[in-house]
Write a protein that binds this ligand. Sequence first.
Ligand SMILES: Nc1ncnc2c1ncn2[C@@H]1O[C@H](COP(=O)(O)OP(=O)(O)OP(=O)(O)O)[C@@H](O)[C@H]1O
Ligand SMILES: [Mg+2]
Length: 112
Amino acid sequence: MKKIEAIIQPFKLEDVKEALKAIGVDGLTITEARGHGRQKGHKEVYRGMEYEVDLLPKIRLETVIPDSRLDEITRAIASAARTGKLGDGKIFVYDVLDAIRIRNDDTGEAAL
Ligand SMILES: Nc1ncnc2c1ncn2[C@@H]1O[C@H](COP(=O)(O)OP(=O)(O)OP(=O)(O)O)[C@@H](O)[C@H]1O
Ligand SMILES: [Mg+2]
C-alpha cells in the first residue's frame, strides 16, 4: 500500500474530490494547512501596511491506496489540481506498512 499526500490549492479541492470519486477512491482525509514552496510565499498589503505572508493556505489531502493504483490516482490528482501556475502544489508518496479497520479488524488492502 501507498499513502499519497497531495498539497493542493484550496480552490481546487472540489475538483480533486470529484476526480477521485469518479475513479472509485473511497477513503481520504483532508487537512487545512499552510506552507510555501520555492517562492517562499509573497508579500501582501493590508490597511496600507505591507505584511510578509510567507505561509499561504493550502489543503493537504491524504489517501491510502493499493500499490497497483498508484500511477492512476496520482495522475488523476495532478490533472485535477493543475492550473499551470506557481503554487499548484505537490504530491508525496509514502510506503504504508499496514492498515486496520477498527470496526472489525480487517487488515491490509481489505481495510482500505
Ligand atoms: N519540499 C516540500 N516539502 C513539504 N511541503 C512542500 C514542499 N514543497 C512544497 N510544499 C508544499 O506545497 C505547497 C505548494 O508548493 P508549490 O507548488 O509552490 O511548490 P514549488 O516547488 O514552489 O513549485 P512552483 O514553482 O510550481 O510554485 C507549499 O505551500 C507547501 O505547503
Ligand atoms: Mg511555488
